[in-house]
Design a protein around this ligand. Structure first.
Ligand code: NAP
Length: 356
């Protein structure tokens, strides 16, 4: 795997303001479809050509890119709500970076933008797919996490999909992660009677209780989820925000009250499983309890973005809503970051820092 830093070169080109651009940049390719857990050999970091952008396009030097659980699904060759990654081509996903050359009206070198060509050092794309961001409002990685897609997922999943209302008791799994930490804190800030979270280490549980203000939290690795949830929610729960599936979902179905609501946001416990898990085995309870279990995809809720930022940004500024990020330095560690996130090595949003 080549690990060289791209060398600056002169480009004549039509781009406004492109003087010294590199001739190549590194990008992560998927080279083999993982079976079960991905391994480093499924990926390759390769040099790809970089050129001055054509009319209407911009060239962006990525500063951070996101590694997300949904990307595991895109490594399989199956039809889904997003197409699979192609083999031997750069992978993509959310990124934030700096425009270094522009042939598009309204963009100039130095502008900072969010876009969807992550996993690479340089991204060349139609400027209509760039969203400008303001680093004075929030640090750049926040636009991939708390103020980005995961934050909106938490907001839409709790308020719109689960129809959260004041006084609800809410259980969130994956509660120390990018989506879960926002979902739990939003529930608290919006008047939940009780917020319960689960996570995979004692340190994460401590964070949930002491920093994020969860009323109760437990380490799902220490004892069966059903037992720990019963202890944490003796009166039952109204809402379950599911990031995990499997035994978490089974335990939640068991604790949900009449007319309880479940947001099926993610099922990370099974993304690397070759055989689907047996749980939940108690789904029939949903009938008698008149439960509503609803799947969600965040892109269906894009219309909520302005309201989400308007409501949540002040809580972030005031410190009422706290967030963490785990930043892995260097594009060469991109796959390590992705695998680390799947194993729970992140607290809050996992991002890869590509350049200063
Ligand atoms: N539907 C949508 O539109 C949408 C959008 C974004 C995200 N999602 C879903 O939301 C969930 C969270 O995503 P995120 O981006 O916020 O990731 P994240 O929670 O920041 O990171 C993933 C976390 O999953 C936990 N995990 C891994 N394996 C697990 C297992 N077997 N059982 C329980 N927990 C496990 C790990 O934390 P622990 O240390 O606690 O195990 C890990 O830190 C994922 O399921 C994702 O697919 C859905």
């Amino acid at each position: 795997m080549p690990g060289t830093t791209p060398q600056p070169a002169q480009h004549p080109g039509g781009a406004h303001g492109s003087t010294r651009l590199p001739t190549t940049g590194r990008a992560w390719h998927l080279v083999r479809r993982p079976q079960g857990w991905p391994v480093p050999e499924d990926f390759a970091l390769r040099e790809t050509p970089v050129a001055a952008p054509a009319e209407g396009r911009i060239l962006v030097r990525n500063r951070y890119f996101s590694v997300d659980p949904y990307m595991r699904g895109r490594m399989n060759d199956v039809k889904s709500y997003v197409p699979p990654f192609r083999l031997d081509a750069p992978m993509d996903g959310a990124a934030v970076g700096e425009v270094v050359a522009s042939a598009a009206d309204g963009f100039a070198p130095g502008d900072l933008v969010v876009h969807s060509l992550g996993w690479r050092e340089y991204a060349d794309f139609d400027a209509r797919h760039a969203t400008r961001v303001d680093p004075a409002l929030a640090p750049l990685p926040a636009y991939l996490g708390v103020l980005g897609m995961p934050g909106l997922t938490a907001y839409a999943g709790l308020l719109e999909v689960a129809s959260f209302k004041e006084g609800d008791t809410v259980f969130v799994s994956g509660a120390a992660g990018a989506v879960g930490s926002v979902a739990g804190q939003l529930a608290r800030l919006k008047g939940a009677a009780r917020v319960i979270g689960s996570a995979g280490s004692d340190d994460k549980v401590k964070l949930l209780r002491e920093e994020y203000g969860f009323d109760a939290a437990f380490n799902y690795k220490k004892a069966p989820v059903a037992e720990q949830l019963k202890e944490a929610a003796p009166e039952g729960i109204d809402v379950y925000f599911d990031n995990v599936g499997g035994d978490h979902l089974e335990a939640a179905i068991g604790r949900l009250k009449l007319h309880g609501r479940v947001t099926l946001c993610g099922m990370i416990a099974q993304y690397n499983e070759v055989d689907p898990p047996a749980a939940p085995r108690n789904l029939a309870l949903a009938i008698g309890k008149r439960l509503r279990l609803q799947g969600m995809i965040v892109m269906d809720h894009a219309h909520l973005q302005p309201r989400f930022v308007e409501e949540v940004a002040p809580w972030i500024r005031s410190g009422e809503l706290k967030y963490h990020e785990t930043v892995v330095d260097g594009i060469e560690h991109g796959v390590d970051a992705f695998l680390g996130m799947l194993r729970g090595q992140n607290v809050g949003k996992m991002v890869v820092s590509v350049a200063d």
